[in-house]
Design a protein around this ligand. Structure first.
Ligand SMILES: Cc1ncc(COP(=O)(O)O)c(C=O)c1O
Length: 435
C-alpha cells in the first residue's frame, strides 16, 4: 500500500508517556563494560497472561477472594491495546471512547500515553480535563447535546463537535462559534454484534447539506464520522463507509468546502465466546488499504486526517468480572437443564447480554473437577424476569456447581460498570478494582 502522510492540524505526536511508569528492560548476559543503565526501556511491563482472559495481576487480586460481584481491570492490558493500535494504524489519532469505561485510573493512564478522548457528556469532558487531558484533545462526539453543555464545553476549550441534524448545527454555531464540526453518517451495521445504527447519523445527501450549512454559519466544516457498530466482526465494513465518505468529500469540494477529517468511529472488537474475530492487524490493514485506494488515487484526493474512537477494543479484554452462584435449581426434577442464578445480572453490569448479543467467556472454580458439564440457563439476582443472561447460548457448566461457588466472566472491561444501575432491587452497582 502507498504510504500516506499526516496533516498536522488534528494529529500531532503523542505526548511522552508518564516517566514514572518507565521500567528498565531486564538485561541478561550483558557483556562486561556495558552501561549500567541500558538505554532501551519498556514504558510499562506488558501484561502477563496466566490463562486466556486472565493476567497475573487479575489472578493475584482475585486470590484474595474480594467481595462479589466485582470487576477487576488490569491497566497494563489497556496500555498494551493502546500501543498495538497506534502501531497498527499509525495514521489515526486515537480518541478513547470514555463511555466504554470511564474509570479514573484508566483515563489517567491513557492521558499519560498521549491518547485523546471521545466524550459524550460534560461529565466525561470534566473527567478527562481533571486528569490532565488538554481540551484540544477532546471531541464532544455525542450528536445529542444540550445547548448549555455545548457552551460549557466551548468555555473549557473543547473545539471539536459532532452533529447529525440541522438543529444541532445551529446549536453548535450559536454556542461554540467557529468550532470544528463533523457530521455523522447513518450507515449499515451488518456484522456488528451490538449495532448502533438508526438512532445516530443522517444520509449522505443530508450530511452534504448540513456541512454546507455549518460553513455558512461560520463553523469549520471539518468532515465526516461513522460507526460501523460495536463488536464489528467484519473488517470490510469500514471500506463501504469510507467509499461513501470519499464520494461526499468530492461533492463537498465541488461545493467549495475543504473537508479534511474522517472519524472512523469505534467497532474494533474484543474476543468473546461468540463468533471469533480477526486480529487487529486485519482491521487496520483493511482500513489503510481503503483510505489509500479511495483518497490517494489518480484523482489525487487529499488523504484525510483520521480519527479512531475505540472503546471495547481498548478496554474489553482488560477486565474480569467475578460473581458468586446464589442458587442452582431445576424447574422440574426430571429436567436436564439447571438454572444458575448469580449475584450479578442485567442491572448491575451485564446489560450487553441483552438478546444474548455479547457472549462473555465463563470459567468456574470447578472446571475440570471430573464431575462433567451440563446445560444451564444463567440468570441474575433481581426480581425482574428479563434478568436472564444466557438461555439460548448453550452455556454448559460443571455438574458439581452449587451456591457459594464463584464464576468468572472474562473480557468484561467494557460497558459493564457504565451499564450498572444505581441500585435496582437494592443490588449495588458493580464494584470495580483497577490493578
Ligand atoms: C461516537 C462513538 N464513538 C465510539 C464508540 C465506541 O465504540 P466501540 O466500543 O465499539 O469501540 C461509541 C460507542 O457507543 C460511540 O458512540
Amino acid at each position: 500500500m502507498a504510504p500516506f502522510a499526516l496533516r498536522a492540524d488534528v494529529i500531532s505526536a503523542p505526548r511522552p508517556a508518564d516517566p514514572a511508569a518507565t521500567v528498565p528492560l531486564p538485561v541478561t548476559g550483558e557483556p562486561h563494560g556495558a552501561p549500567a543503565h541500558p538505554t532501551l526501556c519498556l514504558v510499562s511491563r506488558p501484561p502477563e497472561w496466566v490463562a486466556p482472559g486472565l493476567t497475573r495481576k487479575m489472578a493475584a487480586f482475585l486470590a484474595n477472594r474480594p467481595a462479589t460481584p466485582c470487576l477487576v481491570v488490569d491497566g497494563d492490558v489497556v496500555e498494551e491495546n493502546y500501543r498495538a493500535l497506534r502501531a497498527a494504524l499509525p495514521e489515526a489519532a486515537v480518541f478513547y471512547a470514555v463511555k466504554a469505561n470511564p474509570a479514573r485510573p484508566l483515563v489517567a493512564r491513557l492521558v499519560g500515553l498521549g491518547s485523546r478522548f471521545d466524550t459524550a457528556s460534560l461529565a466525561e469532558i470534566d473527567l478527562c480535563l481533571s486528569l490532565g487531558a488538554e481540551p484540544a484533545h477532546l471531541s464532544f462526539g455525542n450528536t445529542i447535546k444540550k445547548a448549555r453543555d455545548i457552551a460549557a464545553a466551548f468555555d473549557r476549550g473543547v473545539s471539536l463537535y459532532a452533529f447529525d441534524a440541522e438543529e444541532e448545527v445551529r446549536k453548535i454555531a450559536a454556542h461554540a462559534p467557529g468550532a470544528r464540526v463533523f457530521c455523522r453518517l447513518l450507515i449499515d451495521n451488518t456484522g456488528a454484534e451490538w449495532p448502533l445504527t438508526r438512532k445516530f447519523g443522517c444520509t449522505p445527501a443530508m450530511a452534504r447539506d448540513l456541512l454546507r450549512l455549518a460553513d455558512r454559519l461560520g463553523l469549520e466544516a471539518a468532515g465526516l464520522s461513522f460507526h460501523v457498530g460495536s463488536q464489528q466482526t467484519d473488517p470490510t465494513q469500514w471500506d463501504r463507509a469510507l467509499e461513501t465518505c470519499a464520494t461526499l468529500f468530492r461533492d463537498l469540494r465541488a461545493d467549495g468546502l475543504t473537508p479534511s477529517l474522517i472519524n472512523l468511529g469505534g467497532g474494533l472488537p474484543s474476543q468473546y465466546a461468540g463468533r471469533p474475530v480477526p486480529a487487529l492487524d486485519v482491521y487496520a490493514a483493511g482500513i489503510r488499504a481503503a483510505v489509500s485506494r479511495l483518497f490517494d488515487g489518480p484523482a489525487s484526493d487529499l488523504i484525510p486526517n483520521l480519527i479512531v474512537e475505540p472503546g471495547r477494543g481498548l478496554v474489553g479484554n482488560a477486565g474480569v468480572l467475578e460473581t458468586e452462584v446464589v442458587l442452582v435449581s431445576r424447574k422440574d426434577a426430571g429436567e436436564d437443564r439447571r438454572w444458575v442464578y448469580l449475584d450479578t445480572g442485567r442491572f448491575n453490569g451485564l446489560a450487553e447480554t441483552e438478546a444474548e448479543a455479547i457472549r462473555y467467556p465463563i470459567t468456574t472454580d470447578r472446571d475440570g473437577d471430573g464431575s462433567g458439564i451440563g446445560p444451564v440457563v444463567l440468570a441474575g439476582p433481581t426480581c425482574d424476569s428479563a434478568d436472564v443472561l444466557y438461555d439460548k447460548a448453550g452455556v454448559r457448566l460443571p455438574l458439581s456447581l452449587r451456591a457459594g461457588d464463584r464464576l468468572r466472566l472474562l473480557s468484561t472491561g467494557a460497558y459493564t460498570t457504565t451499564y450498572a444501575s444505581v441500585g435496582f432491587n437494592g443490588f449495588a452497582p458493580l464494584e470495580a478494582h483497577y490493578v
